[in-house]
Design a protein around this ligand. Structure first.
Ligand SMILES: N[C@@H](CCC(=O)N[C@@H](CS)C(=O)NCC(=O)O)C(=O)O
Length: 205
């Protein structure tokens, strides 16, 4: 069995990195310098036509898109390790939140950043679109806040790959100085996840 993981530090790949560490499966990590076009082309060209991280190659099959990788890891390794639900209604919950996280939460954060951050070209920015995205972000966190009202983790009382994926996105949101003060359930869940040895280890690297 071989697993090769293409990543860049402080990127969407961190979601998958966290899950790989928690699963304890052996993998080879290939670091990609996203600021170096030649490095990206050389390493990612053969495995992802989008030239983006993360990519996971399992026994020769490349998988891109972080949510797809999490689902694949869950089905392939996570069920046996108690970190992903077996097929059935709980699995449906996992899929629902993984897709929501990328299609809604990550999309709105990206849209907000593209319109306000100094790391993106000012001439392509629109302040009103940035404000809209920021208020949409609060609405989305509000949805998640309600979901966490009566449970410790996204799928109930057991931690799962869904928590690692989503808590990693919330770490990114935290780096962007979004306060979770108005969202106590989300804040407590995020703190509960973020003290796990796997993520502390990765953050220390
Ligand atoms: N929707 C994709 C997003 C992947 C993505 O945008 N990755 C960024 C890093 S966060 C990337 O590799 N960008 C290439 C670049 O910056 O050149 C996923 O969830 O995997």
């Amino acid at each position: 069995m071989s697993l090769t993981f293409y990543f860049a530090p402080m990127s969407t790949a961190s979601t998958v990195h966290w899950s790989l560490e928690e699963l304890g499966v052996p993998y080879e990590a290939v670091k990609v310098d996203l600021s170096d076009a030649a490095d990206k082309q050389r390493k990612l060209g053969p495995v992802n036509p989008n030239l983006k991280v993360p990519v996971l190659v399992h026994d020769g099959t490349p998988i891109f898109e972080s949510a797809a990788i999490q689902i694949y890891l869950g089905e392939t390794f996570g069920v046996d390790k108690g970190l992903y639900p077996a097929s059935g209604p709980k699995r449906a919950e996992a899929l629902k939140w993984l897709v929501w996280a990328n299609v809604n939460l990550a999309e709105v954060v990206s849209r907000w950043q593209r319109n306000v951050s100094k790391h993106f070209p000012a001439e392509a920015q629109n302040a009103a679109a940035g404000r809209d995205a920021r208020s949409e972000l609060d609405q989305l966190i509000g949805v998640f806040e309600k979901e966490l009202a009566e449970k410790s983790y996204v799928l109930g009382e057991s931690v799962s790959l869904v928590d690692f994926h989503m808590a990693s996105l919330f770490q990114w949101i935290g780096f962007l100085d979004v306060s979770l003060a108005k969202f106590p359930n989300t804040k407590a869940w995020s703190e509960r996840c973020s003290v796990r040895p796997a993520t502390l280890r990765l953050m220390g690297e």
